[in-house]
Design a binder for this molecule. Structure first.
Ligand code: AMP
Length: 199
């Protein structure tokens, strides 16, 4: 039986904070910002004005979305906070930030990024795996950026480090619209599957 597509109010976007990346990566972030706004979906992000973070926030705001940033004090004090967003929450720690971002959003996407992006997307995927939330998670594999990571994950599943029920937890697509469609329609493991897999 097919489930009706999920409706998202807010999607959390994790993405690179580097300003040194090529223009095509910033453009990916702008395309995602506009795609979310075009669907009437608001954006939750790490609250920075730098790199792809600033690009996704600016594009989503310009296209009419509300944008919510959550930034730890330490980064805010370094003047890395985006002052133009709908709401910028300043929290004490990185852990509080990630918790708050996860609470605010109905789904999660990672655009190309580095350590921070990978850490954030893997954490929320682990939370899905353990049944702490039932929110879909996906990565934007723009220009094949995540091909090596997808190959790594496929190998981890082949080697039984990722259980069959969780193999497809992380959605992926090369295009923002396709990724959002797949987050809306993907099936997530049920509680029964989760408890079976844990045995
Ligand atoms: P990275 O992929 O290492 O550039 O880290 C980006 C992710 O980590 C973002 O999704 C943010 O949540 C967080 N982050 C890293 N650096 C910053 C920064 N300078 N300002 C705000 N958030 C950051």
């Amino acid at each position: 039986m097919s489930i009706p597509p999920r409706k998202f109010r807010r999607v959390c976007v994790y993405c690179g904070s580097s300003n040194q990346v090529a223009e095509r990566w910033l453009e990916c972030a702008r395309v995602m910002g506009r795609a979310l706004a075009g669907r009437g979906i608001d954006v939750v992000f790490g609250g920075g004005h730098v790199g792809l973070m600033g690009a996704v926030a600016d594009a989503a705001l310009a296209a009419g979305a509300q944008v919510y940033g959550v930034i730890p004090e330490k980064l805010f004090e370094l003047e890395l906070g985006h002052r133009g967003v709908t709401k910028l929450e300043v929290v004490a720690t990185m852990h509080q930030r990630k918790q708050r971002m996860a609470e605010l959003a109905d789904a999660f996407v990672a655009l190309p990024g580095g350590w921070g992006t990978l850490e954030e997307i893997f954490e929320v995927t682990t939370w899905t795996q353990l049944g702490y939330h039932e929110k879909p998670v996906g990565i934007l594999n723009a220009h094949g950026f995540y091909d090596p990571l997808l190959a790594f994950l496929s190998n981890a599943a082949d080697e039984a480090f990722i259980r069959p029920a969780y193999r497809d937890l992380l959605q992926h697509a090369s295009d923002a619209e396709l990724l959002l469609d797949s987050l809306a329609s993907c099936s997530l493991p049920s509680f029964e599957e989760l408890s079976r897999a844990a045995r």
